[in-house]
Design a protein. Structure first.
Length: 113
């Protein structure tokens, strides 16, 4: 694995709350730590209410993880644009995050419960 990035299974239960509503809960979340960035919690898509997420045209490229795609979260209060991201085809060193989504914690609440 790339020495810049570590991935580990989290302990306990993790939730994603948006505007007070829980849109995800997981016992199988992953924590990705990358030098220079705060850790990100990646939720399996199967543990998220994907009906509230709509993929956008936004993409970014990371030399260590690959191309990220972004999602807007639809809420009763309106959309939260590009609130989360996913690596659809991550680089081999980080392929554990495939089929997982991470969230910007300044846009939603991600917490261990």
């Amino acid at each position: 694995m790339n020495s810049r990035i570590t991935i580990r299974k989290t302990e306990g239960t993790w939730v994603v709350r948006v505007a007070g509503a829980v849109i995800g809960e997981s016992h199988a979340a992953l924590e990705l730590s990358e030098n220079g960035y705060p850790p990100a919690i990646y939720f399996p898509r199967t543990d998220l209410a994907m009906a509230f997420l709509e993929q956008t045209d936004t993409t970014t490229t990371c030399p260590y993880k690959g191309v990220a795609t972004y999602f807007t979260i639809e809420t009763k209060s309106g959309p939260i644009k590009d609130a989360c991201w996913s690596y659809e085809a991550p680089i081999a060193d980080v392929d554990r995050i495939k089929d997982h989504i991470a969230f910007y914690t300044d846009k939603v609440t991600v917490e261990s419960v």
